[in-house]
Design a binder for this molecule. Structure first.
Ligand SMILES: [Zn+2]
Length: 135
C-alpha cells in the first residue's frame, strides 16, 4: 500500500484483486470540496428546497510521481485526475452491513501511468529522450 494515501477521514477497507481485504488508515489530511447551500425560494410539502453549488477542492496535493490519493466520491468528481481515486463498489456482508469496497475508482483515465510514446519504456511524464514522439 505504498502508493495509496487516504485523504478521507475514515478507515477504508479495500478488497484487493487477490480477494484480501486491507484496511487503509486515514492519513490525517483530508481533501474536501467547498460547497454552498442556497435556499431555492420554495418548498415542497413543507420541506425547504436548497440548491447546492460546489466550489474549490481543498487539501488535495499536486500530483507526485508514484503517489495516488484516495478521496470521497464528491471530491473525485471535482478533481478529474488519474492519480485521484475514490472508494470502489460497496461490499456488504450477509446481514447487509458494509464491510469494504471493491477496488478503487479513478476519477480520470488521463495522466494514468504508462510508458512514453517514444518507445523508451520510461514513464511518459519522466521521459528525458526529448524526441518528437515523447508524450
Ligand atoms: Zn519519450
Amino acid at each position: 500500500m505504498d502508493h495509496l494515501i487516504n485523504l478521507t477521514p475514515h478507515v477504508l477497507n479495500v478488497r484487493l484483486a487477490s480477494g484480501e481485504l486491507v484496511a487503509l488508515p486515514p492519513s490525517g489530511e483530508i481533501a474536501r470540496v467547498e460547497q454552498r447551500l442556497d435556499h431555492a425560494g420554495y418548498s415542497i410539502d413543507g420541506a425547504d428546497i436548497y440548491v447546492r453549488t460546489f466550489g474549490a477542492v481543498i487539501g488535495l496535493p499536486d500530483p507526485r510521481m508514484g503517489v495516488n490519493f484516495i478521496v470521497s466520491a464528491i471530491v473525485a468528481q471535482a478533481a478529474p485526475r488519474g492519480d485521484v481515486l475514490s472508494p470502489g463498489e460497496l461490499i456488504r456482508d450477509a446481514t447487509g452491513q458494509p464491510v469494504g469496497c471493491k477496488g478503487l475508482i479513478a476519477s480520470s483515465t488521463e495522466m494514468m501511468p504508462r510508458s512514453c510514446n517514444c518507445g523508451s519504456e520510461i514513464e511518459w511524464s519522466q521521459c528525458g529522450e526529448q524526441s518528437p514522439y515523447c508524450g
